[in-house]
Design a protein around this ligand. Structure first.
Ligand SMILES: Cc1cc2nc3c(=O)[nH]c(=O)nc-3n(C[C@H](O)[C@H](O)[C@H](O)COP(=O)(O)O)c2cc1C
Length: 305
C-alpha cells in the first residue's frame, strides 16, 4: 500500500490530484466518467456574490496545444451554490475547494465570511482572472493590493486559505511573498495566460476577421507554469499547488520536481474527462513499483534530483 495523502493546514486530501476551477463544474458533473469522490479535491467554478451571465459573443477559441477562453466568470452566485450545489458535494462525499472572486475587497470579505459560516474547509481566491473587465485581476498584479486583500480575508476565514496567482505579472516572486506574508496557507498557480486567437475567412474577395482575446490554457502553457512554480518555490515556504497544461504522470512528476506539493488538472478534463482518476492510478502504480511508501518520500527524492 502507498500513502498518497497530504494535508494543507487542516485540509486533508486523499491524494495530490485536484481538478481546476472552471473545468469541472460545481460538484459531481463528471460522475459518468470518474469516481469524483476519489479525487484529492475538486475546485468549484469561480463563485461571486451575485450570479453572473459571463461575456457575450464567442467565448472559446481552440488553438495549438490548448484553448483561449473568455467565459467571464459565468456562475450561479453564492446563494444558489449553497442551496443547490453544496448539498450534492456533501451527499456524494466530495472533497472540495470553493473558488471565489469579486470586484471589490468587500465582495471577497463577504464571500469569506459566508464560507466560514458554512464551515467550508478550503477556499481558493481567484485574484487573477484575465477575462473580466474589472475586479480580481487588479488585485492579482499589485503586490500591496494583494497583500491587503489576503490579510483581510485571512481575518475573516480560519480554514484553509489558498490564493491563486496570475502568470500575467512582472514579478511572480513579489506576489507570492506578499501572499505568504499576508497569512495564506497555500498558493496555487497558474491561472490562464493572456492570449488571443484570430480566425480569418476569405469570403467573396474580402477578409472576415473573428478574434477571441482571453486566457490561454492547456499543454501550451506548461513551460510558463513550470518556470513560475520554480521561481516562487525559491522564495516561499507555504505549499504550492501547480496548475498549467498537466495531462500525464510525467507532467505531475515534473511539477513535483520544481516544488509543487499537489497539482490541478484543467483543460485536459475537456478532452479526457477521466484524466484525474487515471493520474491518481498512475501515480499510485509508479510509487508501488518504485518503493515509495508516502507522497512525501517521493517529493523529497524528486526535489533532490
Ligand atoms: C473554460 C475555463 C474556465 C475557467 N474558469 C476559472 C474560474 O472560474 N476561476 C479560476 O480561478 N480559474 C478558472 N480557469 C483557469 C483554470 O482553473 C486553470 O488555472 C487554467 O486553465 C490553467 O490550467 P490548465 O492548463 O490545466 O487548463 C478556467 C479555465 C478554463 C479553461
Amino acid at each position: 500500500m502507498v500513502d498518497l495523502s497530504l494535508k494543507i493546514k487542516d485540509f486533508d486530501l486523499k491524494n495530490p490530484i485536484i481538478t481546476a476551477s472552471g473545468t469541472y463544474g460545481y460538484n459531481n458533473e463528471f460522475d459518468d466518467f470518474c469516481e469524483v469522490n476519489k479525487l484529492g479535491a475538486v475546485v468549484t467554478k469561480g463563485i461571486t456574490l451575485e450570479p453572473r451571465l459571463g461575456n457575450e459573443g464567442e467565448r472559446i477559441f481552440e488553438t495549438y496545444g490548448g484553448m483561449i477562453n473568455r467565459i467571464g466568470l459565468e456562475n450561479v452566485g453564492i446563494q444558489a451554490f449553497l442551496d443547490e450545489k453544496l448539498p450534492v458535494l456533501q451527499k456524494c462525499n466530495i472533497n472540495f475547494i470553493l473558488n471565489i472572486a469579486g470586484n471589490t475587497v468587500e465582495d471577497y470579505i463577504k464571500l469569506a465570511k459566508i464560507a466560514q459560516e458554512n464551515d467550508i474547509k478550503a477556499i481558493e481566491l481567484n485574484v487573477s482572472c484575465p477575462n473580466v473587465k474589472c475586479g480580481c485581476i487588479e488585485f492579482g498584479v499589485n503586490k500591496q493590493a494583494l497583500y491587503e486583500l489576503v490579510s483581510i480575508v485571512r481575518k475573516n476565514y480560519d480554514n484553509c486559505l489558498i490564493v491563486k496567482l496570475s502568470p500575467n505579472v512582472t514579478s511572480a516572486e513579489d506576489l507570492a511573498t506578499a501572499v505568504q506574508s499576508a497569512g495564506a496557507d497555500a498558493v496555487s498557480a497558474i491561472n490562464t495566460v493572456r492570449g488571443m486567437g484570430v480566425k480569418l475567412d476569405f469570403i467573396n474577395g474580402g477578409f472576415k476577421k473573428t478574434t477571441v482575446s482571453g486566457g490561454l490554457s492547456g499543454k501550451a502553457i506548461k513551460p510558463v507554469a513550470l518556470s513560475f512554480i520554480d521561481r516562487i518555490s525559491k522564495v516561499i515556504d507555504i505549499p504550492i499547488i501547480a496548475i498549467g497544461g498537466i495531462c500525464t504522470l510525467a507532467d505531475v512528476l515534473e511539477f513535483f520536481s520544481v516544488g509543487a506539493k499537489a497539482v490541478q488538472i484543467g483543460t485536459a478534463n475537456f478532452t479526457h474527462p477521466d484524466i484525474a482518476e487515471k493520474l491518481i492510478n498512475d501515480l499510485e502504480k509508479f510509487m508501488l513499483e518504485n518503493n515509495f511508501s508516502t507522497l512525501d518520500d517521493l517529493q523529497k527524492k524528486i526535489q533532490k534530483s
